[in-house]
Write a protein that binds this ligand. Structure first.
Ligand code: 13P
Length: 253
C-alpha cells in the first residue's frame, strides 16, 4: 500500500548553522511526540545536506534535495548532479517544482531528464505538478497537469516509476495563503491517480503516494490529509518552523 509522507521544502532559506539548528529541533520534537506511521522528509538547501545527513543518522527522517541536474557531471557552472546529491546521504530529490519551472526554465522535457537520471542513481523523486491561476480560471487545469505527468514521467518504466512520489501543487496556492479546498485538491488527486492508472496499472496507481502542497498549515492539514486520494503534503513556509511542521505531520493520522 502507498506510503503516507509529509515533506518539508525549505526553498532558499537557512544558512548551514540555521539548518543544523532546525533539523536538531525537528528531530527532537519528532522523537518525543511521534510514533511514526508517516514518513517525514526534510529538504534543506544543498549546502546543508551533508550536515543534515549526519544529524539524521539513526532516525527515520528522510533527507532530500530540492533539485538536481540531468547530467552526472560536466561544464554546468553552479549545478549539482544526482550522484552529488546521493553522495551527501540524501535519498530524495524534488523535481519540477513550479518555482524551477517559472524562474529557471525547467520545462516538462527537462524535468523528465532530471527525474530519469535521479532514479538511475537510486534517488526517489518527488515530482511536482500543478496549474497556474490563469489555467485554473481557463479550466485547462486537468489538461495541464496531465501533460506534466505524461511528458515528465511516463517515459519511466514500471520499476522506475515505483520510485516516484507525485506532489500536486497548484501554483496559485503556493506561498499565497490560498489553499485549494479539500474538494478541489481531492478532485485533482483522484484525476492524477486515474491518469497514472491509465498509463501504468490500477495497482501501480493505488501504490503511488500523491502529496498536496500549497499553504498547508497546522490548522488545515488534517482536513486536506483526510481526503481519500491525498497521501500527505509538501510543505513550504510552515516547514521552516519545527513546531508547525511536526503539527502538520500530526494532521496525517
Ligand atoms: P507553501 O507551503 O509556502 O505555500 O509552499 C508550498 C510549496 O511550494 C512546497 O514545495
Amino acid at each position: 500500500m502507498r506510503e503516507k509522507i509529509v515533506a518539508g521544502n525549505w526553498k532558499m532559506h537557512k544558512t548551514l548553522e540555521e539548518s543544523q539548528a532546525l533539523i536538531t529541533e525537528i528531530r527532537g520534537i519528532i522523537r518525543d511526540e511521534l510514533r511514526g506511521q508517516t514518513r517525514v522528509i526534510v529538504c534543506p538547501p544543498f549546502i546543508a545536506l551533508t550536515a543534515a545527513s549526519r544529524l539524521l543518522e539513526g532516525t527515520d527522517i528522510g533527507l532530500g534535495a530540492q533539485n538536481c541536474h540531468f547530467e552526472d557531471q560536466g561544464a554546468y557552472t553552479g549545478e549539482i548532479s544526482a550522484p552529488m546529491v546521493k553522495s551527501t546521504g540524501a535519498r530524495y530529490v524534488i523535481i519540477g517544482h513550479s518555482e524551477r519551472r517559472q524562474f529557471f526554465g525547467d520545462t516538462n522535457e527537462i524535468t523528465a531528464r532530471k527525474a530519469k537520471n535521479a532514479i538511475r542513481h537510486g534517488l526517489k523523486v518527488i515530482f511536482c505538478v500543478g496549474e497556474t491561476l490563469q489555467q485554473r480560471e481557463d479550466k485547462t487545469y486537468f489538461k495541464v497537469v496531465e501533460a506534466q505527468l505524461r511528458d515528465g514521467l511516463f517515459d519511466l518504466d514500471r520499476k522506475e516509476f515505483s520510485q516516484v512520489v507525485i506532489a500536486y501543487e497548484p501554483v496559485w496556492a503556493i506561498g499565497t495563503g490560498l489553499t485549494a479546498s479539500p474538494e478541489q485538491a481531492q478532485e485533482m488527486h483522484a484525476y492524477i491517480r486515474k491518469v497514472v492508472a491509465t498509463h501504468y496499472t490500477d495497482e501501480i496507481a493505488a501504490d503511488t503516494s500523491i502529496l498536496y502542497g500549497g499553504s498547508v498549515k497546522p490548522d488545515n492539514a488534517a482536513t486536506l490529509f483526510g481526503q481519500e486520494d491525498i497521501d500527505g503534503g509538501l510543505i513550504g513556509g510552515a516547514a521552516l518552523k519545527a513546531r508547525d511542521f511536526v503539527d502538520i505531520v500530526k494532521g496525517m493520522r
